[in-house]
Structure formats: C-alpha cells, structure tokens
Write a protein that binds this ligand. Structure first.
Ligand code: TXA
Ligand code: MG
Length: 331
C-alpha cells in the first residue's frame, strides 16, 4: 500500500507525482481509499465488475448491497441516471455536496451490475471533497465507493482509520486530512416521481424539504437494500467492540461516556473515559466528531459506551440513525 498525502490548501496538489499512479491503479481495477467531505471511500472503477467485486471482498460485505457511484459533475451524472425535475432541483441545490440521488439508470450507462447489484436504479453523488471528483474526472470513470471500513464497523473519517481497517487490500490511500462533515451522505430516491429519504446523512431533511417545497416520504418496502428484514429490527452497523447504550442518564466508572452539550449526567466525572461530541451542543460539530469519538472510546477497552441524549432535528436525525445501528443487537 502506498500513501499519497494531499495538501488541499496548495493550488497545485493535482500535479503531485503520485496523481498519475493513483489514476493508473484505478484504471487497472485496483482499490484506492479516497477522502470525501463525508467519510473516506473505498473506491474502484464502477464500470469494472471485477474491481467492484474486490470492494465487497475487502469490506467483507455479506450481501451485495449496491454501491454509490461518484462523478465529477451533474452533466456526468446524467449519462448514468435519469433526472426528473425534482431530482434536478436537488442536484442543483446540493451538488457538489453530501447528497446521493437514487434515480433510474440510463440504458447507455456503463456502470456495472456489480456496482448497482443488478437494480434498474443507480445511486449517484457529486462529492464536495475535491480528490474524489479529480480522480473521477482524470480517469474518466465513475468511481464506486462505499465507506472504507470493514462491513458493520465504524466508518473512517481519517486516513489512519482506513489503514487500520483495510490497509492490505489497497493499492493507495490518499490522505487529505479529517473529513469535514464526518457522517455519510443523505440518500434521496427519486424513482417514481416521489422523493423518498432512504438514509439520513450530511444534509438535513429540513434543508432538502425546503429545496423541494414538499415533504420527503419514507422509503417504500424493498427500496432500501440494506434495510432489516424484520420490522423493528435495526441492522447492526457502525459497531464498536464495546456495547452501546443510548439516552444514558447515568454512567459508572467502568463505562465510557459519549457526551453532548454542556449538561452533565450523573457520574460523568467518574467515567472511564469521556468524549464530548460538541461541548456547546452544535449538531454539525457532533456529526463531524461522531465516528472519531466512537473509535476513541472503544480504544479505552470499556465494555460499554453510554451515550447522552442527542436531539433528532437537523443533523441529529443522521447522528441518531448511526447510533441506533451501532447499539443494535450484533449478529
Ligand atoms: O457519504 C457517503 O455516502 C459515502 C462516501 C464514500 O461517498 N459512501 C457510502 O456508501 O456511505 P455505502 O456503500 O456505505 O452506502 C451506500 C448506501 C447503501 O445503504 C446502499 O444500500 C444504498 O446506498 N444504495 C446504493 N444504491 C442504491 C440503489 N440503487 N437503491 C437504493 N439504495 C441504494
Ligand atoms: Mg458504510
């Protein structure tokens, strides 16, 4: 595995000697970890079925859950997906940014069935993080990329997280520092004319509904390939080694504490370790710190991580979605 450290503040970062090698690795069907503004992605050429199969193998993804394809622009996205007026409005409002749109796949799209899991729809995203856009543009390939973690575990927001989890499977890791948003993109499906929230994420439901002028519907049955089979059973995901307890009101000296805001719960000062997601109670800051907080507390070897109440509006919806999955019964 080779490392390419990118300093995005330098205007000529794209001219680094590593850039052509990383593009060549992608074109040859190899796996490269690439940062985006949400999380680090495990990227491969989406048009190459064998390359996409390597993604599933490296992550140990149990079922062939479809992948998001990353493209440099809306214009490129329209080669692969059919955008109705509402989908166009969302793309124009939020791209580049932490929004993924699931739309009908065009007949001419070269995106492989391995990337879409054979569905008639395709998940497309123009990320704000410039490295993924640059690599998709320079290779001329849509880049399939799930989060670069082992299946079911905590998503990576720093290059070191990826190296710890997946180092051996990768040709390159591109390190551009910590991810600004810190949780995955919001996924909206617009397949049958109705916009549906398939996954809360880095753009809040409220912002999307404002742009649409209508409410988002819930995902229709069968629309979320990663949804739990039994109603009420959340699929375990984002799981640390420690067990997780949500909405904790007290904590003991054996537990780690994931806190939020200025309020102190009972026993907080005696916790084995504490990580405050945002001492001032800012949800965007909490989202950006969420996965790093979970990793840090997990490293304390506490058996249980207790999580303080976090409100569910704005980015709180996505934070609570991740926390509930992290706390769900493990397989
Ligand atoms: O922020 C993100 O979205 C990150 C970065 C790397 O872009 N990617 C990410 O990918 O979170 P992943 O694979 O962990 O999540 C992709 C989600 C899965 O839940 C999958 O079920 C859903 O997208 N998905 C992909 N294609 C779909 C489709 N055609 N219909 C419905 N859901 C789809
Ligand atoms: Mg993931």
């Amino acid at each position: 595995m080779q490392l390419w450290t990118v300093n995005l503040k330098k205007p000529d970062w794209q001219d680094a000697p590593e850039a052509p090698d990383v593009c060549a690795a992608l074109t040859a069907g190899e796996l490269v970890a690439v940062p985006t503004e949400t999380v680090y992605g495990l990227a491969a050429d989406a048009t190459n079925g064998v390359a996409c199969a390597k993604i599933f193998e490296a992550k140990g993804r149990p079922q062939f859950n479809p992948l998001i394809s990353h493209v440099p622009s809306l214009e490129d996205a329209r080669l692969h997906g059919r955008f109705d007026a509402l989908a166009l409005r969302l793309a124009e409002a939020f791209w580049p940014g932490p929004l993924t749109l699931v739309v009908p796949k065009t007949e001419g799209s070269p995106i492989s069935d391995m990337a879409t899991a054979g569905l008639m729809t395709v998940a497309l995203r123009v990320p704000a993080g410039p490295v993924m856009r640059f690599l998709a543009d320079r290779t001329g390939k849509p880049l399939a990329a799930p989060s670069a973690n082992l299946s079911g575990r905590i998503s990576p927001t720093r290059a070191q997280d990826v190296i710890d989890d997946l180092g051996e499977a990768l040709s390159f890791v591109v390190d551009a520092g910590p991810c600004r948003v810190g949780i995955e993109s919001t996924i909206v499906g617009i397949v049958d004319g109705s916009p549906r929230l398939l996954r809360p994420g880095g753009i809040s439901r409220e912002e999307i509904e404002d742009a649409l002028g209508t409410s988002l519907l819930a995902a229709a049955p069968g629309m979320r390939p990663d949804a739990p089979a039994a109603p009420g059973m959340l699929a375990s995901h984002y799981a640390p080694n420690a067990s997780m307890v949500l909405n904790a009101r007290e904590v003991t000296q054996d537990d780690a504490l994931l806190s939020f805001g200025p309020e102190r719960i009972q026993g907080a000062e005696h916790a084995r370790m504490e990580f405050n997601l945002s001492p001032e109670g800012d949800l965007a800051e909490a989202a950006a710190n969420l996965f790093q907080g979970m990793r840090t507390l997990d490293a304390s070897m506490a058996r249980t991580i207790r999580v303080q109440f976090i409100p569910s509006f704005g980015l709180g919806e996505a934070i609570n979605d991740r926390l509930k999955r992290a706390a769900a019964p493990r397989p």
